[in-house]
Each structure stands twice: as C-alpha cells, then as structure tokens.
Design a protein around this ligand. Structure first.
Ligand SMILES: *[C@@H]1O[C@H](CO)[C@@H](O)[C@H](O)[C@H]1NC(C)=O
Ligand SMILES: *[C@@H]1O[C@H](CO)[C@@H](O)[C@H](O)[C@H]1NC(C)=O
Ligand SMILES: *[C@@H]1O[C@H](CO)[C@@H](O)[C@H](O)[C@H]1NC(C)=O
Ligand SMILES: *[C@@H]1O[C@H](CO)[C@@H](O)[C@H](O)[C@H]1NC(C)=O
Ligand SMILES: *[C@@H]1O[C@H](CO)[C@@H](O)[C@H](O)[C@H]1NC(C)=O
Ligand SMILES: *[C@@H]1O[C@H](CO)[C@@H](O)[C@H](O)[C@H]1NC(C)=O
Ligand SMILES: *[C@@H]1O[C@H](CO)[C@@H](O)[C@H](O)[C@H]1NC(C)=O
Length: 328
C-alpha cells in the first residue's frame, strides 16, 4: 500500500506548483505533525535555554553593574567591642533594561575598604529584597551587626576620621527575578563618601573657668566645642577622653561626655582639668590677644565604662588643632 503511493508520487515529482504537490506537502504535514511539534518545542526550549543560561545572566549582571548606590545616611549606634547597631538610608539609581522591572532577593553584603588588599570585610549586613525602578530606596534600621574583623573595622574608622574622602566597597550575591525567570547576580558596588578629614574645623566656641574644688570630677575648664561633620555618618562615640597640650606642653585632660556626632556643624559640651602648673601659662596666652590653638588627641572612648578599641585607636592617632575662639 505504502509503496504504491510512493510510486504514484514519483511521477509528479518534477511538476512544480501542482495541486498534487501541495496535497503531498499537506499530507506529509498532517501525518508528521507531531514531528513538527517536537521540533518546534525543541527550538523554543533551546531559545529559552540560551536566554536563561547565557543571555539573561549576562544582561542582568551588566544592568546590575550599571546601578549606583547613593548613601544618604549611615548611622552607627551602641558601639561595643564586638557589635554595633547600624542604620542605612540609601537609594539605588540607574537600574535600566531588565533591572528596571526585576527584583533582587534579600542578600547579605560585606563592606570593606576598596584599597585594602587582600579584601578584609569589616562588617556584613543583611539587605532586604530590592525592587527594580528609578530611585529604589534601600533602608535598614537598627540592625545589630556583628563586627567581622576588629582590625579591619579599626582601619575603616581611621580612614573615616582621617580622610577627606574614602571608598567603601560593598559586595554580595543574590538572585535576580525578571518575571518568572531568575538568575544569580553579583552585587559589586564602590561608594565614594566624605570622611571627617582629621576633624579639621574643630573649635572651642565657649569656655569658662571653674572653681575646681567645687567640681566632683576636678574640672577647672568647661565649655562648648564645635565639631564639624561634613559626612553622612552619624556615630555614637560615647565618653571621649582627650589629652590637651599647648605649644608642646601637656596641659591636662578632658572629656566630651556621651558624644553623639551628627552630620553638620554642631557644638558639644566638654569638661577638662588643666594642670595647676599650666593654668598660669594658659591664662597668659588667652590674655595676650594672640590666637591660642590647643593640640587635642583622643585618649580612649567608652560607653558605660566599656572601652571601644576600634574607635579609641583611630581617635588617639589624630592630632587635632583646636583654636579657642571665644573669650571666657
Ligand atoms: C532617607 O533619606 C532621604 C533623603 O535624604 C529622606 O528624604 C528620607 O526621609 C530618609 N528616610 C528615612 C527612613 O530616614
Ligand atoms: C534605633 O535605636 C536607637 C538606640 O537604641 C533608638 O533611640 C531609636 O529610637 C531606634 N530607632 C528606631 C526607628 O527604632
Ligand atoms: C572655690 O571654692 C571653695 C569651696 O567652696 C572656696 O573655699 C574657694 O574660695 C573658692 N575659690 C575661688 C578662687 O573662688
Ligand atoms: C589616658 O588614658 C590612660 C588609660 O586609660 C590613663 O591611664 C591616663 O591617665 C589618661 N591620660 C590622661 C591625661 O587623662
Ligand atoms: C583626667 O584624668 C584623670 C585621671 O585619669 C581622671 O580621673 C579625670 O576624670 C580626667 N578628667 C577629665 C575631665 O577627663
Ligand atoms: C560647617 O562649617 C564649615 C567651616 O566653618 C563650612 O565650610 C561648612 O559649610 C559648614 N557646614 C554646614 C553644614 O553648615
Ligand atoms: C595622654 O596623656 C597620658 C599622660 O600624659 C599619656 O600616658 C598617654 O599616652 C596620652 N595619650 C595619648 C593618646 O597620647
């Protein structure tokens, strides 16, 4: 039966556009429709595989790499030798193409100073799920963060206090979802942010001499000190102890109690004890009409009596020139 059909068709083989040939093609298609269906499905599958495994990851990664993290505020509260309470207010901009409509699953990111080789993270942070869009807020409030490396965090604080600007790298890995498709992406970002620039601009705005015998802590000089903070960082520094000297001569010590430094120019109360032997030279300098500039160096910081080495160390390395502006 099959062979006779084949013979009959052979005769019409070279007749172009004959209705018979169209019949033959039609019949072929009808008979082998399942072959075409399987071929079509395989074709779709191959395209999907190419999209999902080759094109999507590459495109998604490229779009993620184009995004920019803008830091609005970075708050460090309740510092301890092992942890801190972190809040972050930031937005991600520049999400185009697929990233504009995709979302990222929650991820853990690490923070490290960009120029530190090899990479040594000073902390890690769990970020919430991030939606796609124009300016996507990434906000984290009061997350207790374990310090991953005290030496690395100390280096970060030193860089934050000492530099005009610093570059902090943030790195994580998560899943990007575009509709029902998903792929793994790396989050690699470097934020350039302002540092405290060695606390330049600190200034004693107000002071008064105290009768030492009436003060429980033995202070004889107290007042208000301006501490400029050009950064987006807000830091609870605790009770900051300072050494003061004048023209290379030790003057005494002081404390800025409960220092919680906020962005902008703010003044904070300080109390100090000037050595009796240094009182007369200091008074003479202040009375001379010439500018008087103290050298101030951190000598430890603690919260409720607990010392915070990763803040104290960097503070003790800064030699801050603090002019006395006001007359007492
Ligand atoms: C985050 O910062 C933006 C811009 O400074 C501000 O408008 C917004 O209120 C802040 N959000 C939070 C939760 O602090
Ligand atoms: C975050 O913690 C600080 C210090 O414990 C607290 O004063 C503040 O109210 C908390 N903020 C929020 C939004 O819970
Ligand atoms: C300081 O206070 C003590 C005790 O109240 C008093 O005896 C002393 O005269 C005061 N000294 C000055 C310089 O006012
Ligand atoms: C500096 O700190 C050390 C250790 O806490 C302390 O022994 C010393 O008295 C402090 N120096 C001054 C001038 O306060
Ligand atoms: C000065 O140092 C002494 C000894 O370390 C300490 O008892 C005192 O509280 C310090 N004074 C201030 C104002 O920091
Ligand atoms: C803080 O003071 C410095 C120098 O006096 C000034 O350049 C800066 O603009 C001030 N910053 C703010 C936020 O007022
Ligand atoms: C502060 O002064 C004390 C005593 O004069 C000294 O032992 C200490 O090393 C000084 N601290 C710093 C950070 O210079």
């Amino acid at each position: 039966m099959a062979s006779s059909t084949a013979k009959g068709e052979e005769a019409t083989e070279f007749v172009e556009n004959s209705p018979k040939r169209q019949n033959k093609v039609g019949r072929h298609c009808r008979r082998f429709w399942w072959v075409w269906l399987i071929a079509f499905c395989l074709f779709v599958l191959v395209i999907m595989i190419i999209i999902v495994y080759a094109i999507l990851p590459a495109i998604a990664q490229k779009e993620i790499d184009k995004t920019v993290l803008n830091l609005h505020s970075f708050t460090i509260l309740e510092p301890s030798p092992t942890s801190l309470l972190l809040s972050l207010n930031s937005t991600i901009t520049g999400a185009g193409g697929i990233a504009a409509h995709a979302h990222l699953e929650p991820m853990e990111v690490i923070f490290f100073l960009e120029n530190h080789k090899p990479i040594q993270p000073f902390m890690s942070l769990q970020l919430p799920s991030i939606k796609g869009g124009d300016a996507v807020p990434v906000i984290v409030t009061n997350v207790t963060t374990k310090i991953t490396s005290v030496p690395a965090l100390t280096e970060f604080s030193a860089s934050l206090l000492g530099s005009e600007t610093l570059r902090v790298a943030i790195r994580g890995r998560t899943t990007l979802w575009a509709g029902k498709l998903h792929t793994k992406v790396n989050y690699n970002e470097v934020v350039t942010t302002k540092g405290f620039n060695q606390l330049k601009g600190m200034e004693i705005e107000e002071y008064s001499l105290l009768n030492q015998t009436r003060q429980a802590d033995g202070s004889n000089l107290a007042g208000k000190v301006l501490i400029p903070n050009p950064t987006v960082f807000e830091i609870q520094l605790g009770d900051v102890h300072i050494n003061m000297s004048l023209n290379g001569q030790a003057l005494g010590n002081g404390t800025i109690s409960g220092l919680h430094i906020r962005p902008g120019n703010h003044t904070y109360d300080f109390r100090s004890r000037v050595q009796t032997s240094a009182l007369i030279p200091l008074a003479a300098a202040l009375g001379s009409g010439n500018p008087v500039v103290l050298d101030v160096r951190g000598n430890g910081t603690d919260i409720n009596g607990v010392s915070i080495p990763w803040l104290a160390g960097p503070l003790s390395l800064l030699d801050v020139k603090v002019p006395i502006k006001a007359t007492g």
